[in-house]
Write a protein that binds this ligand. Structure first.
Ligand SMILES: NC(=O)c1ccc[n+]([C@@H]2O[C@H](COP(=O)([O-])OP(=O)(O)OC[C@H]3O[C@@H](n4cnc5c(N)ncnc54)[C@H](O)[C@@H]3O)[C@@H](O)[C@H]2O)c1
Length: 347
């Protein structure tokens, strides 16, 4: 287990990890090139998880995916990854996977991700996101997993921002059961390290977009607008369209997961661009990229929708050597290209 020295081309510029890394997970010089370890990615058939799997496999890691395919797709799973089909809330399925694959690191992306669904059915949301994760944590303890990387949310956890860009010290005021369940797990991770020595890095994602994204996720608006506009239909905007979010391209998220294999021990780290992009900005960029001039349809504002959130990621820059690389327009261009090529489904 460990890393071979010298960062790969695609990670150069992210810089070496600057905090005290977990020596057990590092090669002699503590930098990333080839990843020589077994990594289990839960939710690895989903949008972000499958991109993370591709990143790990590309660096030589032995990778397995645990997923119930509720929103994920079998076709997104890298052909070199082992696939365990199962539900996070099923202790026997989780146990079987961990016992057979014996991962050193678990990268935890499986979740109920639909914010609106969490409002209608908070019990189902908590069952997957809280109880399912607890089942996974118990399995990690039983099977000697060293570290868990957790895909948390910055977009759905701070509530209406009191200051911007929001740092990790911003008050936590989730405005949905989804935000509560995702945040609850952060407490369990702190406790699990204390009680059982399971190392962790918590990555609080903003609104992630890119190839394979689905309309349900926190950056679903991009997928919805691209789908409609590809068919020449006008996108609907709820409210004025001035509400802003922090959109991060999925490749930048993959880079943060790679860096978290060897750094960020016991840390909560925002990822983000520190820039707010409005819904109107998205329509404008998409019109320009797709050579269209579609006027949005304005619908009544949705009550309780957060108006402004974007994240300060200086702690991730300091501790992981991470920073976003893909500008919004370029990320959106690649996303449109993917939707055009696949119509949102794999070829
Ligand atoms: N997309 C975003 O903008 C965003 C922002 C913040 C945090 N996140 C987090 O990132 C992670 C991945 O989100 P995504 O956008 O890729 O969503 P996704 O729906 O594409 O991926 C979730 C995956 O988990 C699987 N899954 C769901 N319930 C499961 C269960 N009970 N057992 C096993 N597998 C299960 C699904 O089949 C799917 O493959 C989630 O934890 C989400 O909370 C996403």
């Amino acid at each position: 287990m460990g890393f071979r020295p010298a960062p790969p081309r695609s990670l150069r510029g992210h810089g070496p990890a600057s905090n005290v890394p977990n020596q057990d997970l590092l090669g002699s010089r503590g930098t990333l090139e080839e990843v020589e370890m077994r990594i289990l990615v839960t939710g690895g058939a989903g949008f972000i998880g499958s991109n993370v799997v591709d990143g790990f496999v590309a660096r030589g890691a032995e990778v397995a995916v645990f997923d119930n395919l509720s929103t994920g797709r079998r076709e997104f799973i890298h052909r070199d990854a082992r696939f365990f089909e199962g539900d996070l809330t099923d202790p026997a399925a989780v146990d079987r996977c961990l016992a057979e694959f014996r991962p050193e690191v678990v990268d935890h992306h499986a979740a109920q991700i639909d914010v609106r669904h969490s409002v209608h059915d908070p019990v189902h949301d908590a069952r997957t996101n809280v109880l399912g994760t607890l089942t996974l944590l118990q399995g990690c303890t039983r099977h000697g997993v060293r570290k868990l990387i957790y895909a948390s949310t910055g977009g759905a956890l701070y509530g209406e921002a009191r200051f911007l860009p929001a740092t990790e010290d911003h008050p936590v005021n989730p405005e949905s059961p989804y935000g509560v369940s995702k945040h609850t797990v952060e407490h369990y991770l702190y406790l699990w390290k204390l009680l059982h020595g399971l190392d962790y890095t918590i990555l609080r994602y903003p609104n992630v977009y890119g190839p394979r994204q689905n309309p349900l996720g926190e950056a679903g608006v991009n997928a919805i607008f691209i789908g409609l506009m590809m068919e020449g239909k006008r996108p609907s905007i709820f409210g004025t369209g001035a509400q802003v979010r922090d959109y991060l391209y999925v490749e930048d998220v993959v880079a943060a997961n790679l860096l978290s294999l060897s750094a960020g021990s016991g840390e909560i780290l925002n990822l983000g661009t520190a820039t707010g992009t409005s819904v109107l900005d998205i329509v404008r960029e998409l019109n320009s990229l797709m050579g269209l001039e579609l006027e949005p349809i304005f619908e009544p504002a949705r009550p309780g929708e957060i108006q402004r959130i974007y994240l300060d990621a200086s702690r991730a820059r300091r501790l992981l050597g991470w920073e976003p690389k893909i500008p919004f327009r370029e990320g959106l261009r690649r996303t449109v290209e993917w939707f055009r090529a696949t119509k949102g489904v794999p070829a």
